[in-house]
Each structure stands twice: as C-alpha cells, then as structure tokens.
Design a binder for this molecule. Structure first.
Ligand code: CAA
Length: 279
C-alpha cells in the first residue's frame, strides 16, 4: 500500500468508536477484499467479528494475525470455514458463531463469485454455480441468522449486492441475475422481520429492531477484478463518473453505518456506492 492509499484508508475508515461495542458480526467472505475491510471497519467500532471463508485457510489465518496486530480493532475475531452454497454449512457456521461469541447481532452476506462469459457461451453449470453462491448462499445464511435475531428481537442483516444487479453488464448474465435477486430478497426479509417483530409485540418506538438492507458496490479494487481483461477494465474505468475504482473501505463505512443501532429506521433499502455509475 502506498502513502496515498494509506491516507485515504485512514480517511474512509473514519474515527474509531464504540458504536458497536458488545456486538457480534458474521461476515461471509470476510478474510479478504471487501469482506476483510468490513470486518476491520466493524471492529473499529468495537464489534467482535467472525469471518467466514470457503477454501483458503492460509488467507483466513493471515487475516486473523493481521486483525490481532491492528491496535484499532476493538473486539476479537474468529474464522469459520463453510461453503455458502450448502445450507448445512450455513447453519453450522451460524451455530459456531453463537457457540464462540454467545450471540449474533450483525450478518453481512458478502461472499460472492464471478464466472464471466457471454450469455451464449455460458454453460448451465456456470449459471447454477454463480446463482448458488451469490443468491442461494445469501438466503441460506440469512435464514438461521434471522431465526436467532427474531428470538432476540434485534439484529442487522446487510447484503453485498452489486451495481451490476441494477445495470447488467456484458459477460455477467449469471452474476447480474444473482445480484438483482438479492434486492428482492432484501425487501422481502425486511418486511417479514418487521412484521414478525410487530406481531410478537417487540417493535418499539425507540428500539434497535431488525433491519435488512443491501449495499451495491461499483467496481472495487480487489482480486475479483484480476480476471477482467485490461482493455475491458479501461472501458469500465472510463464509464465511472468519479474517474476511479472504489476502495474496499468505501463499502465498509456504509456497512458499519447501516449496522449501528441508530440506523433502526433504515430497512429494505439499497445503498449504492458506485462512483455514480448508475446515473
Ligand atoms: N463492458 C464493455 N465492453 C465489454 C465488456 C464490458 N463489461 N466485456 C467485454 N467487452 C467488450 C470487449 O472490450 C471487446 O470489445 P472489442 O471487440 O471492441 O475489443 C468485446 O466486448 C469482446 O470481449 P473479449 O474480446 O474479452 O471477448 P471474450 O469472449 O474473450 O470474453 C468476457 C468476454 C468474458 C465477457 C470478457 O470480456 C470479460 O471478462 N469481460 C469483463 C466482464 C466484467 O466486467 N466483469 C466484472 C468483474 S468484477 C465484478 O463483477 C464485481 C462487481 O460487482 C462490479
């Protein structure tokens, strides 16, 4: 990281605080990229974090080491292996987090993959694999988390969708459809959570409640962009009004804002962080 990046990371991460002190957050795909930035951001407000990862154990352990060395991290961290496209893994991971931390206040569904091909060349397997991880995985994670949150009467679910779910993109029929699906999932779960709390008499004027929201990042400088050919990336860059890629911390600060108790009146919403790409 160069000096300019460090400076902007400081600026976008914002002041450390205690807005999430005592809270426990589970972040899928939390050991790298946007997910790791979200973990650091939530921890900077005092939350303990549980980072989910699918295959790269070494990277998960590196994340833990870096987290422990970072003096601005308020809470503690754990890592949990699981494939979000398998419902049984999702249930186990949520249970592991409850066993390790005693509670789950914030679920950030961030795990996602791409298999980019023009639609006419996309195999059924390419389609199903991306839908299974990005969309079904979001549902499989949300279900056990919501169950626990409804019992407690409080919680935050934040999905990481994409601007591509709103605009579509050449080569991304599977990814765009999965990310668009998350928008419908968000609004439905937001309605159901409020409905169930109201029916149980747990919806109070000054309560934390259960909210469900989505963040739609634009093109973020992470490993995911490595598969995009340079000539295509140049084209994409030229279509971003603010003229640059997004930094992971710029997504993370919106997530930690939505996760705060004081964001109780924001639910079922889609928060674009895309440099103006959808204007
Ligand atoms: N936007 C604009 N033009 C695109 C494009 C895109 N997304 N994707 C491809 N093109 C253009 C190429 O520039 C090329 O144009 P020319 O013929 O003028 O050179 C043409 O389409 C054909 O492209 P390729 O030569 O690359 O064709 P291919 O069949 O080998 O590959 C592809 C097609 C798989 C779609 C490949 O171009 C590709 O990977 N595109 C990038 C897709 C992309 O944007 N992925 C985003 C990943 S990051 C992410 O998904 C996170 C997020 O939420 C934003």
């Amino acid at each position: 990281m160069n000096a300019m990046d460090e400076q902007s990371e400081e600026r976008t991460r914002g002041m450390a605080g205690d807005k999430l002190a005592g809270r426990v957050a589970l972040v899928t795909g939390g050991s790298r990229g946007i997910g790791a930035a979200i973990c650091r951001s939530l921890a900077s407000q005092g939350a303990s974090v549980a980072a989910g990862y699918s295959g790269n154990r070494e990277r998960a352990e590196q994340f833990l080491r870096e987290f422990e060395e970072d003096s601005s991290s308020g809470g503690r961290a754990t890592v949990h292996q699981g494939n979000v496209s398998r419902p049984e893994d999702c249930q186990r991971v949520v249970q592991e987090v409850l066993d390790a931390h005693g509670r789950l206040d914030i679920l950030v569904n961030n795990a996602g993959i791409t298999i980019d091909k023009m639609a006419m060349k996309m195999s059924v397997q390419d389609w199903n694999t991306v839908l299974a991880v990005n969309l079904s995985g979001s549902f499989y994670m949300a279900q056990p988390a919501l169950q626990h949150m409804v019992e407690r009467g409080t919680g935050r679910i934040i999905f990481v969708s994409s601007v591509i779910g709103e605009t579509g993109n050449i080569g991304q029929a599977n990814y765009a459809a999965s990310k668009a699906g998350i928008l419908g999932l968000t609004k439905t779960l937001a309605k159901e959570a409020a409905f169930i709390l109201a029916r149980a008499g747990k919806l109070t004027d000054d309560g934390v409640g259960i909210t469900v929201n989505t963040v739609t990042p634009g093109f973020v400088a992470t490993e995911m962009l490595e598969s995009v050919p340079e000539k295509v990336l140049d084209k994409i860059r030229s279509q971003i009004p603010v003229g640059r890629l997004c930094r992971p911390e710029e997504i993370a600060r919106v997530v930690h804002f939505l996760a705060a108790d004081a964001s109780a009146y924001i639910t079922g919403q889609v928060w674009g962080v895309n440099g103006g790409m959808d204007m």
